[in-house]
Write a new protein. Structure first.
Length: 573
């Protein structure tokens, strides 16, 4: 059905304006509440235009998912488009949208205000395609990723309708990378600490791929166990099991609700809307917003408002200016279902079901192998110090912005080191999420990691001129440390700056770090002015996080001793 957005918007303007500012949404135990103490349910739609499409991930292919993007379109940077889409989001009865990728340098104020005035909240993924999310193929939690997350958080912290920051989408998948769990949980820990330090009232969530109970349930328990400093606030499940004319029992929802009944935090369907048995009848909506589902879940996000190459979209755009919206039968059926959602018996915050924060597993099981020992908070101060004072051969800046080349160079240089008489190994820059062992530089950016192993190889070759070239991707430092011994001394001094315990609160701006005693929280900066940054770990959003950089030799194939005093004597030959 075709609608003229300008006419529809002018009619909408005649409606009474909202009487008050949008309510703050908080979590108490396993439920969400508004300022009045009433239970809040997410009634939303995915709001992300499809960027350039890359190959689908194996996990998404198996679970009815969405093609991986290699680029993205920021949907909250066009006030015209947000105004165009608002009437249709209201037709759907949406009180929330999920946005997967934004550019923090853009102006989002008009879109956020438009949605806030209409009572629509935003659940925002902070990761980005290709080089701005945890790489499921080779997971790491790095300074470059933390800095990018903080940039997005800072850009959106001012908006009253920002409901949650999502730190990852389908990063952890079975059977190949449950070892990514500690890196995701470390991201949640550091993001929550930053929000608390900045007094930013937003929840921290993660969206999981669906799967068999032997994977799905341990993952949910793992990411929500422990105290409030390390557990998620909001666990999302991307679920496409309810297809066509299904039921609560035979869709698998009955099992999911039962299995998630003991989750100590709020849960929601972060994507739903199967298309494998068309037409999409949206029968799951009635179940999603009624008991027993509402005993566990706080609503969900229907996928997707914008058109997609796989047929998930519910609208198309017509006219030379793209401002005329055509709704599909999928849209109309969803709007009808959501309009029939009846009020669920209220659960006031003061009488909320008592939940106990789950204890983390003491040992990995056969299908979900993730350590409870998390990597340290990425320490920009230490990484910058090493870069400035300990390296003799560094990666070219142009190369640092190309993730695929960086990954190939890391693999190649690690293989070279293995064939030399150097005591340096790539264990120093790797991490093992299964054993909970992490190299001292595992949290540094890929630029610093690669510069470290470039320098180690360069020193092993007695600084032979052609040993710091790597096909034009490396350059010798004009004034390197005079000797390998000097490099080791400088490195030890840099590492001594790290706070004891390895966990501290990051704050944006400045360039200093205040360490505290072991076990307490300290402060550090998110960036160092003029210091190196790089691509980070490669990955994607909008359906997964399939990365390009491979560090597999660094963390697969069993336990490696990574923790301890860094041997920057590795530069010695």
């Amino acid at each position: 059905m075709l609608f003229n957005t300008a006419l529809f918007t002018s009619l909408l303007a005649l409606s009474p304006a909202p009487a008050a500012a949008i309510s703050r949404i908080t979590r108490t135990g396993k439920y969400l509440y508004n300022d009045g103490g009433e239970r809040f349910y997410i009634k939303g739609v995915a709001y992300q235009p499809q960027g350039e499409v890359g190959p689908s991930s194996e996990a998404n292919d198996a679970n009815g998912g969405f093609p991986e993007p290699s680029s993205y379109i920021d949907p909250l940077s066009s006030a015209t488009n947000c105004t165009r889409d608002l009437p249709y989001l209201q037709q759907l009865g949406a009180n929330a949208i999920r946005v997967y990728s934004v550019n923090p340098d853009n102006d989002h104020s008009e879109c956020m205000r438009t949605f806030s005035d209409a009572g629509i909240y935003v659940l925002l993924d902070v990761s980005l395609p290709l080089n701005g999310s945890i790489n499921r193929a080779s997971p790491a939690w790095t300074t470059s990723l933390l800095n990018e997350y903080i940039r997005t958080i800072d850009a959106f912290s001012q908006y009253d309708n920002l409901l949650a920051f999502n730190i990852g989408n389908e990063v952890i998948n079975l059977p190949v990378n449950t070892d990514a769990g500690p890196f995701v949980k470390a991201a949640a820990r550091d993001t929550k600490a930053y929000l608390k330090a900045k007094n930013i009232n937003a929840l921290v969530g993660y969206s999981s791929v669906d799967g068999e109970p032997a994977f799905r349930d341990p993952l949910a328990n793992y990411l929500t166990c422990g105290d409030e400093t390390v557990s998620l606030d909001l666990f999302g499940l991307n679920n496409y099991e309810w297809c066509g004319n299904s039921t609560f029992a035979n869709s698998g929802w009955e099992s999911i609700v039962d299995d998630f009944s003991n989750l100590p935090v709020a849960a929601y369907m972060s994507e739903y809307g199967c298309i494998t048995s068309p037409p999409r009848l949206w029968q799951e909506v009635g179940s999603l917003y009624s008991a027993p589902t509402t005993n566990v879940f706080s609503g969900g996000i229907a996928f997707s408002y914008f058109p997609t190459s796989d047929g998930y979209g519910m609208v198309t755009f017509e006219g030379t200016d793209g401002q005329t919206v055509e709704t599909s039968d999928d849209f109309d059926r969803l709007a009808a279902r959501l309009s029939n959602v009846t009020a669920t018996p209220n659960t006031p915050a003061q009488s909320s079901v008592t939940v106990t924060q789950g204890e983390c597993p003491t040992a990995e099981n056969s299908t979900f192998q993730a350590s409870n020992t998390l990597p340290d908070t990425p320490d920009q101060t230490v990484c910058n110090c090493l870069y400035e004072n300990s390296f003799s051969c560094v990666v070219e800046r142009a190369t640092a912005g190309r993730p695929a080349i960086m990954g190939a160079l890391i693999d190649y240089t690690c293989s070279l080191l293995g064939s030399t008489n150097s005591t340096a190994t790539c264990a120093t820059i790797g991490g093992n999420g299964t054993t909970g062992q992490y190299g001292e530089l595992s949290y540094c950016s890929d630029e610093i990691k690669l510069s470290y192993i470039f320098s180690a190889y360069y020193e092993s070759q007695n600084r032979r001129s052609d040993a710091c070239d790597f096909a034009g991707n490396a350059t010798a430092v004009p004034r390197p440390p005079n000797t390998p011994e000097d490099a080791s001394t400088n490195a030890a001094q840099c590492l001594a700056q790290a706070p004891q315990g390895g966990v501290f609160t990051v704050t944006s701006g400045g360039s200093t770090q205040t360490a505290t005693s072991s076990g307490s929280m300290g402060t550090a900066t998110s960036t160092g002015a003029g210091q190196p940054t790089s691509s980070g770990s490669a990955g994607n959003t909008g359906g997964g996080s399939n990365g390009a950089i491979s560090l597999n030799p660094l963390h697969l194939g069993g336990s490696v001793a990574l923790v301890g005093a860094i041997a920057f004597g590795v530069f010695m030959v």
